[in-house]
Design a protein around this ligand. Sequence first.
Ligand code: HSE
Length: 312
Amino acid sequence: MTQARTRATAFAPASVGNVAVGFDILGHTVAALGDRVTATRRPEPGVSIRSITGVVADLPLEAERNTAGRAALALQQELGLTYGFDLEIEKGIPLGSGLGGSAASAVAAVVATAALVDSPPGRTQLLKFAMQGEEVASGSVHVDNIAPSLYGGLVLTVGIDNPHVKAIPVPESVRCVIVHPHMMLATREARAILKPTVPLGDVIWQQANLAGFLAGCYTDDLPLIRESLLDVVIEPQRRVLIPGFADVKQAALDAGALGCSISGAGPTMFAWAEAHDADAVCAGMVAAFARHGLETDRWVSAIDRQGARLVD
Ligand code: HSE
């Protein structure tokens, strides 16, 4: 057997969770930003976090309480490794932005550490280790950021204990517009406000939208995507957490967006648009946030099919 390497760096992209119609089960990558984790193999078991740098630095250094640390610990313990890892975390994704930052750190950690293991685990196992990291940050096990960050593209995940991950095709002309207002919203908080029950009529409407959206993606049917890319369950409850939500969404739709909603738990908002409308959609959303006193970062891109990867 060849000796595994002793040091590796992985990049894991940001992601849009839920994609409006698939609460906790659907997500897609945002290639423009992501987190990096460098893992170094060491003789003692366990995981230590040596540094956290980048756009967020005040995260827990204790491995059990850190998303990357917890995910790497899950890998180290569940594979029964007699050695351990030191981690250096470089955050590229703002905290509490709704862009899957905790998931990306967890994913980068498992991809980097897996590269240092003599018999590397498969991707489904990595997904499950990373899910344990995500749980530390958000208090719940959800895969809608973990799966796209690990696999890349638009991804549907069915099942928690035995997750099935499906890459969904995205029509060629679709671009994703991401507008991140400069404010923080904790996923825990945005989950805590959700009502535990949903009226039957809304369940039917939402499942029609999920089915229509997926069918539209598979058949390149943009009018069906436009009709279906609408969240009638979660967005109406969370929109109050985002200043200017209604104006930002209306600006996107007025500029021709196929749909516009909250990225993950927010406050970032995303829109899908055809390539020829995407810049105008972005400008409209940015201007609407500005009218509500919020500065923004923004990205327009195709939905990258590449997920987490080793970069060093
Ligand atoms: N799907 C989860 C939520 C996490 O909306 O609460 C999003 O990042």
